[in-house]
Write a protein that binds this ligand. Structure first.
Ligand code: NDP
Length: 453
């Protein structure tokens, strides 16, 4: 086995060293998961539900340790990391109700009785990115387990620590051996093997559109089920009739949350021309007020970027002659810091406007009317998230229906709610996670006809 030294992105100091699984170790895990799945799907629904509740209780009891691990591994501010650990508990609890409600249908047919069953797809490979290691793990893991699937999770090489700990908590909660396994390792080794192995029946992948395209091609060879949650370049559309104060005050949270390393980041702010100057006046103090610094402090709102190489990628979008309207601060000393940065005016052909930066960089662009706003918002291959601000209810509904995106908030900067479906249009993904129908992605409908004549 090879190993990987995890660095704390706020200090650049080693945190710990993690063994990385090989292709052979991955095959052994798949064999365990295949055997375990037979017993897990046969476990009475009430028992599966109780085990998921016990798992949620273990996460709750260790939420503070999980949050501290995420602060050290990912540099997330402690308040955010606490929310993320709580999200794992809440998502497990939400889906713990599902095993006992996994009902099929009875369909009227001549000459007999027709019923459908929702059968678990089998072993699920869950490939997780580094930006939200805990929530994204839970969004795939909890409904898959509830559906009667077994799960092998592969965290990102950079951020394996919380996933490994959550794997231990699953065992402590009493989940049988092989039902939920976490394999730290490289995407090109462990992730690729999960995609290529015929006994893994479904892949849930969250990450870049580029790797998602490769995974889709790999899954096609086996006609393997696949959910993709990919990149984004979402718009935050502000009409002149909106509560401009609120739209400007919340715009930094809509894009600088997790230092902009957020697939839902509203990294293109579009403002109606007549309100543009007022919006910029209000945005400046909001951006300069973002507290960037020590992730362990309860006052910190934004931490560092994940790595030195990622900081280099982000910096390429803000060269020395970039049109910086204003920017926030960063601490001096070690750490992969990048200040919250607002660019305007920016050409709609500029890479910073068209590409996913995945850092704390936002462009602000004026628009003339509703049609112009919709055209600008849709002028991207992505379609994951977005916000729109207006006091006109009719316009809110018209624009919300017209913007080609999977998740849209009106007069709010919020993104993901585990009670509601989440996923992308266009190149932002395939399929939906979360919400009441999430188990559809982990079950196959079986139709059974019973002759009565
Ligand atoms: P990557 O696509 O580089 O990696 C994502 C995961 O895939 C990692 O675990 C990685 O492993 C693994 N991987 C890499 N290559 C392969 C392969 N050939 N086969 C199987 N697995 C592989 O994305 P990032 O980690 O850089 O994450 C950032 C991206 O994720 C952004 O584009 C962002 O928009 C997107 N994202 C989308 C979300 C959504 O819900 N739509 C939510 C969050 C992020 P390793 O790290 O070891 O290379």
């Amino acid at each position: 086995m090879t190993s990987y030294t995890v660095l704390n992105p706020a200090t650049e100091q080693p945190v710990t060293t993690v063994s990385q699984a090989s292709s052979e170790v991955t095959d052994a895990a798949i064999a365990r998961a295949t055997v375990a799945q037979r017993a897990w799907r046969a476990t009475p629904p009430g028992e599966r539900a109780a085990l998921l509740r016990a798992f949620a209780a273990q996460v709750d009891a260790h939420a503070e340790d999980l949050a501290a691990l995420e602060v050290a591994n990912s540099g997330h501010p402690i308040s955010a990391a606490r929310w993320e650990a709580g999200q794992v508990r809440d998502v497990l609890t939400y889906y713990s109700a599902a095993p006992e409600r996994l009902t099929g249908r009875q369909i009227p047919v001549p000459g007999g009785l027709d019923v459908t069953f929702k059968e678990p797809v089998g072993v699920v490979g869950l490939i997780v990115p580094w930006n939200f290691p805990m929530p994204i793990l839970s969004w795939g893991m909890a409904p898959a387990l509830a559906a009667g699937c077994t799960v092998i999770a592969k965290p990102a090489e950079l951020t394996p620590l919380t996933a490994l700990r959550i794997g231990e908590l699953a065992s402590q909660a009493g989940l049988p051996d092989g039902v939920f396994q976490v394999l730290a390792g490289k995407g090109s080794v462990v992730g690729q093997r999960l995609v290529d192995h015929p006994d893994v029946r479904k892949i849930v992948f969250t990450g870049s559109t580029e790797v998602g395209q490769q995974i889709m091609a790999g899954c096609a060879r086996h006609v393997k089920r696949l959910t993709l949650e990919l990149g984004g370049k979402s718009a935050n559309i502000v009409f002149a009739d909106a509560d401009i104060e609120k739209a400007a005050a919340t715009a930094p949270y809509a894009v600088f949350d997790n230092a902009g390393q957020d697939c839902c980041a509203r990294s293109r702010i579009l403002v109606q021309r007549s309100a543009f100057d007022r919006f910029m006046e209000l945005l400046e103090p909001a951006v300069k007020g973002v507290q960037v610094g020590d992730p362990q402090s309860g006052r910190t709102q934004m931490g560092p970027l994940i790595s030195a190489s990622h900081r280099d990628n982000v910096a390429k979008y803000v060269p020395d002659d970039a049109p910086v309207a204003f920017r926030g601060n960063t601490p001096a000393g070690p750490g992969y810091w990048f200040p919250p940065t607002v660019l305007a005016p920016v050409s709609v052909a500029a890479p910073v406007y068209t590409e996913e930066v995945f850092g704390p960089v936002v462009t602000v662009t004026p628009f003339d009317d509703e049609a112009d706003a919709i055209a600008l918002a849709n002028d991207t291959p992505y379609g994951l998230s977005g916000s729109l601000w207006t006091r006109d209810v009719g316009r809110a509904i018209r624009v919300a229906r017209a913007v080609e995106t999977g998740n849209l908030s009106v007069n709010s900067h919020s993104s993901v709610r585990y009670w509601t479906p989440f996923g992308g249009f266009k190149q932002s993904g395939l399929g939906r996670e979360l919400g009441p129908d999430a188990l559809d992605a982990f079950t196959e409908v079986k139709n059974v006809f019973i002759a009565t004549d």
